[in-house]
Design a protein around this ligand. Structure first.
Ligand SMILES: [Zn+2]
Ligand SMILES: [Zn+2]
Length: 255
C-alpha cells in the first residue's frame, strides 16, 4: 500500500529505461517525431514522463493545471529540496492577481526516489531532474501535433540551458520556433490556438456558469466570473501589474 502524500508535494515518476508515455498512439508518434527533429539527447529520455491525464500530471509535479491549459511542460529539479518551473500553453486571463503565483519551491523532507533502477546512465550520481509534460487529449489532431512540438521546444530550451518565458502566446519567439519546426505558418498556429481556447472556454462555461460581475472603479470594464475572487485583483487594462487603485469591485450577482 502506498503511503498517502500530502497534496501539493510532487510524486515523481520512477526512472525507467525509457520515457514514460501515458498517451495515445497519435501523441506518441508526434513525440518521437519532434524529439528527433529537435535533436534532443537520448540521455534525457529516461528522465521524461508525459501524460494526458491532468490528475496524474498534478501528482507528478505537485501543480494544479488551470482548466484552460492545453499543454504544459514542467522541469523538476531536486537537490534536497524540489524546485520546478512551469511553462503553460493557455489563453490569457483577464484580471491581474496580487503578486505572482507562489514561486515553485517545494521543500520535500524525506524525499526518496523509490526503487532505483537506472539501467541507462551508469554514474554514481542519481539523476537530479525530470521533465514532465501534459498534453490535453480533447483537441483536434493538428492541435495535438503542435502542442507536442510546443512542449518539446520548452524542453529543448531547458536542456540547452536557455529557458524562455512567453511574452505573448502565438506571437513570441517560441511561436516562431513552433512554426519553423512544424512547418505550419504562424497564422495557422494562432488560429488553432484560438479555436482550442474558445472550445475550452465553452466547456468551462458549461461547467461553471458566470455568476459574479466585477467592475473596475477606474475604467468601468466588467469582469464576469464563475466564482468570487479569493484575493484582491485589479484591472489589467488600467495597470498590467497589481494596483490597489484599480482593485475590482463586486458590482452584482446573477442568480
Ligand atoms: Zn509554452
Ligand atoms: Zn480599469
Amino acid at each position: 500500500m502506498a503511503a498517502r502524500r500530502k497534496p501539493g508535494l510532487p510524486a515523481l515518476p520512477p526512472v525507467q529505461a525509457g520515457p514514460i508515455l501515458h498517451a495515445t498512439p497519435l501523441v506518441e508518434r508526434w513525440f518521437w517525431h519532434y524529439w528527433q527533429r529537435l535533436g534532443l539527447p537520448e540521455s534525457e529520455l529516461a528522465l521524461l514522463a508525459l501524460t494526458q491525464d491532468r490528475r496524474e500530471y498534478q501528482r507528478w509535479t505537485g501543480k494544479r493545471l488551470n482548466f484552460m491549459v492545453l499543454g504544459c511542460y514542467c522541469y523538476l529539479q531536486f537537490t534536497g529540496k524540489v524546485s520546478s518551473s512551469v511553462a503553460d500553453r493557455a489563453s490569457g486571463k483577464p484580471g491581474q492577481p496580487e503578486g505572482r503565483r507562489a514561486s515553485a519551491m517545494l521543500p520535500l523532507p524525506g524525499f526518496s526516489e523509490g526503487p532505483l533502477s537506472r539501467p541507462v546512465a551508469v554514474t554514481s550520481e542519481p539523476p537530479r531532474h525530470r521533465h514532465c509534460i501534459f498534453i490535453e487529449p480533447d483537441m483536434q489532431p493538428r492541435s495535438i501535433e503542435v502542442t507536442v512540438a510546443h512542449e518539446l521546444i520548452h524542453l529543448a530550451d531547458r536542456v540547452r540551458g536557455t529557458p524562455r518565458r512567453h511574452r505573448h502566446h502565438g506571437y513570441d519567439s517560441i511561436a516562431a520556433d513552433e512554426a519553423a519546426i512544424t512547418g505550419y505558418d504562424l497564422e495557422e498556429l494562432r488560429r488553432l490556438l484560438h479555436e482550442e481556447s474558445a472550445r475550452r472556454e465553452q466547456l468551462r462555461r458549461a461547467r461553471a456558469p458566470l455568476r459574479y460581475i466585477y467592475v473596475c472603479p477606474n475604467c468601468g470594464k466588467e469582469y464576469p466570473r464563475a466564482r468570487r475572487y479569493s484575493r484582491p485583483v485589479s484591472c489589467s487594462l488600467c495597470d498590467k501589474a497589481y494596483n490597489p487603485r484599480y482593485r475590482l469591485l463586486l458590482a452584482r450577482e446573477l442568480l
